[in-house]
Design a protein around this ligand. Structure first.
Ligand SMILES: N[C@@H](CCC(=O)N[C@@H](CS)C(=O)NCC(=O)O)C(=O)O
Length: 225
């Protein structure tokens, strides 16, 4: 039996969604973030040394890193579904987006989250203007231009085909959901600014498997609307 070690409001929501799309049995073990630090509880380190989510166990195997987990589940249980055939241009695009989500899209979104928190964190009055000034400078000089470049790129790509790897929905779309949901929730992605990305989010959120995964995983506040 596959066990998903699931942290609330986290990337592991994607794994639950993929398992629902695959229609295979699994068990969810839930973990709650610390309300103040937002970090995972220490017990997750007993499953994997990094103590991050997602982690799955499948019999004797333990696997972390969402892209690797998605690739493993599709290879082992997909029976050819949710992955373009090997050797096609779509397969290369699939591999690209599967890696791009965590390797390229998430770092500036994480920096945005961190520097937004620095800007609004309580601190002694004499430090506040300096800390806020640094946070604003990092965001305006680096983070926001980076986000703009990534959003424009993704928007243009989804203007060419309905899904990231081509005409068919694949597991790369599942992997890409988290950065786009994070962009909507914390980086100002709107229908007016990025209509194709916004439409992608509406289409994935309407999938029955996505809705079932939300029920299995519990609160997932990153999704708007
Ligand atoms: N690149 C990793 C990132 C894993 C990660 O940072 N997960 C977050 C949840 S979204 C986490 O566990 N955060 C809690 C913590 O770091 O304690 C992946 O895609 O699996």
């Amino acid at each position: 039996m596959i066990v998903v070690h699931h942290l609330n409001n986290s990337r592991s929501q994607r794994v639950l969604w993929l398992l629902e799309e695959l229609g295979i049995p699994y068990e969810v073990k839930r973990y709650e973030r610390d309300a103040k630090t937002m970090l995972a509880p220490a017990e997750l380190k007993a499953v994997h040394p990094l103590g991050k989510s997602p982690v799955i166990t499948d019999g004797a195997r333990t696997l972390a890193e969402s892209g690797a987990v998605i690739e493993y589940l599709v290879d082992r249980y997909g029976e050819g579904r949710f992955v373009p055939p090997a050797g096609t241009p779509e397969r290369l695009r699939y591999t690209y987006w599967l890696h791009y989500a965590e390797g390229s899209a998430m770092p500036p979104l994480l920096l945005k989250l961190i520097f937004d928190r620095v800007e609004s964190a309580p601190m002694p009055f004499f430090v506040k203007p300096i800390a806020r000034g640094i946070a604003r400078k990092v965001k305006s000089a680096f983070v926001e231009p980076q986000l703009e470049t990534h959003f424009a790129y993704m928007e243009a790509e989804l203007g060419k085909t309905p899904w990231f790897a081509g005409d068919a929905f694949t597991a790369a779309d599942i992997q890409m959901s988290f950065p786009l949901e994070a962009a909507q929730s914390r980086a100002g992605l709107t229908q007016a600014s990025r209509p194709h990305l916004f439409d992608f989010l509406a289409r994935i959120h309407a999938r029955p498997a996505y809705r079932r995964a939300l029920e299995k995983g519990g609160p997932y506040d990153i999704v708007r609307g």
